[in-house]
Ligand binder design. Structure first.
Ligand code: AMP
Length: 468
């Protein structure tokens, strides 16, 4: 599936997708959308960042359009349950964005805010309701909402809902729903209790999965360079001039960051261009063609913009910022060393927060990456952004302490290191993949895409608060 047009979605939906700059369906979208459009129940194993919201929202919007009628008071046609207020808000935003030309009605029912407005919003009925389970039950119990008209049920992040103790609320809600409905059930993991819940709630479900990446490709030399935050741009310019760079793809976490990097490279006399969500499709195509032809050797991109870039001969991937989701690192560096070529991935690391991200990455790939320390001795990095308030991975202390020694990350299997080269780490063997779920493309890390809500570096799923 190469484009959203191929699914047969309503034109008003594909138009909205073009406006959102979605060009290629992600693997979870490619698998889920046709099944959901055919009316099947679906169990999806997918994490946040894989594009799963559109995977369920698009077919539901399309099917909503097939039969439109005036809503009965205090009812909804689509019920989406999500564990947190934050995620619920994002899901509603997505429905509204993809449905912007459809005139669908939608609202949010989340805890922690007075109920009055939500009661009023439901008075005339809404087509789409996104809710946290506790508040939804409160609304039902106070007769502000009836669930007998629900045609589509989505459970998003089911495993997290169970972790948060919502199981009884969910059972109570499901008991009030019509038996004849379509249910789409998404979870990042599928332990026994979640599988059981799914089997009770779904009717003959189709299963789809995208497996998280956990291995780094062969033939990629990985270098970690510790720098002062203020010197990142200078180091990047030096690397690009000193190394034998055929084509370099430089990643930043934000769109703004990408533009800043381009400007600093231009000041150093290096021709570079950026692609990210704020650039037009025309710009993207022009820049990609120039990158492909070698006219531009350095492309700066955010993770989302870099999706779908299929350019061979990328000799270097540079992480100007480390991603806060470790799988993204694996995905990024997989842009080099394609088609049997060798490649180098260089990460510029400054400050405690990025050091924490690095440790997460090492844990994922089960390799301790040697650090090259290029920091100014005694330089206190005043420009480094302060570590965020919460840990970037739940349940573990966050702070990293400056120049830590290289330790093998904890993990069940440790990989032997092959010869270090120039302080770099070369991987010669492919780690066995965790690919028990089937689906997705288990071979090669290009098959799995993790997306991030751009410019929202704090968007880790564990940052949300408990609703109610
Ligand atoms: P999700 O996993 O649903 O939270 O999506 C993560 C991010 O990817 C969101 O910012 C979406 O807007 C974006 N996204 C989802 N699908 C696509 C796509 N096909 N192309 C580009 N961006 C996408």
């Amino acid at each position: 599936m190469t484009s959203f047009q191929d699914f047969g979605l309503a034109d008003a939906i594909t138009r909205a997708l073009r406006e959102e700059n979605y060009h290629t369906p992600t693997p979870i979208q490619a698998q889920t959308i046709p099944l959901a459009l055919s009316g099947r129940d679906v169990v999806g194993i997918a994490q946040t960042g894989t594009g799963k919201t559109a995977a369920f929202a698009l077919p539901i919007l399309h099917r909503l359009l097939e039969r439109r009628a005036k809503m009965a008071p205090k009812t909804c046609r689509v019920l989406v349950l999500s564990p947190t207020r934050e995620l619920s808000g994002q899901i509603l935003d997505s429905f509204n964005a993809y449905g912007r030309h459809l005139g669908v009605t939608s609202t949010l029912a989340i805890g922690g805010v007075p109920m009055g407005r939500q009661v009023r919003a439901l008075m005339g009925g809404v087509e789409i309701l996104v809710a946290t389970p506790g508040r939804l039950l409160d609304l039902v119990q106070s007769n502000a909402l009836r669930l007998g008209q629900v045609e589509f049920l989505v459970l998003d992040e089911a495993d997290r809902m169970l972790d948060m103790g919502f199981i009884n609320d969910i059972r109570k809600i499901v008991a009030k729903l019509p038996a004849k409905r379509q249910t789409l059930f998404f979870s990042a993991t599928m332990p026994k209790d979640i599988a059981e819940l799914a089997s009770q709630m779904l009717h003959d479900p189709a299963r789809v999965a995208v497996t998280p990446v956990s291995s780094t490709a062969e033939r990629i030399t990985q270098r970690i360079i510790q720098v002062d935050h203020s010197a990142k741009a200078t180091h990047l310019a030096e690397l690009l001039t000193q190394e034998q760079v055929e084509r370099a793809l430089v990643f930043t976490r934000t769109k703004h960051g990408a533009d800043k990097v381009v400007k600093s490279l231009e000041r150093a006399g290096i021709v570079a261009n950026a692609i990210h969500g704020n650039k037009s499709q025309n710009h993207r195509e022009r820049v990609l063609a120039a990158f492909r032809s070698g006219e531009i050797r350095t492309l700066v991109a955010t993770d989302i913009a870099a999706r779908g870039i299929d350019v061979d001969g990328i000799s270097h991937v540079v992480n100007f910022d480390l991603p806060n989701v470790p799988e993204t690192y694996v995905h990024r560096i997989g842009r080099t060393a394609r088609a049997g070529a060798e490649g180098t991935a260089i990460s510029l690391i400054a400050g405690a927060e990025e050091m924490g991200y690095l440790r997460d990455i090492e844990r994922l790939i089960r390799i301790a990456l040697p650090r090259e320390d290029h920091r100014t001795p005694g330089h206190k990095d005043k420009t480094a952004p302060a570590p965020s308030q919460q840990s970037h991975r739940a349940g573990r202390p966050h702070a990293a302490r400056g120049n830590e020694s290289v330790q093998a990350p904890k993990g069940p299997r440790r990989r032997r290191r092959s010869g270090a080269n120039n302080g770099a780490h070369q991987i010669n063997r492919q780690e066995p993949r965790r690919s028990s779920h089937g689906g997705g493309k288990a071979e090669g890390i290009q098959g799995v895409a993790f997306l991030h809500r751009e410019d929202r570096p704090n968007n880790h799923p564990n940052r949300s608060q408990r609703p109610r």
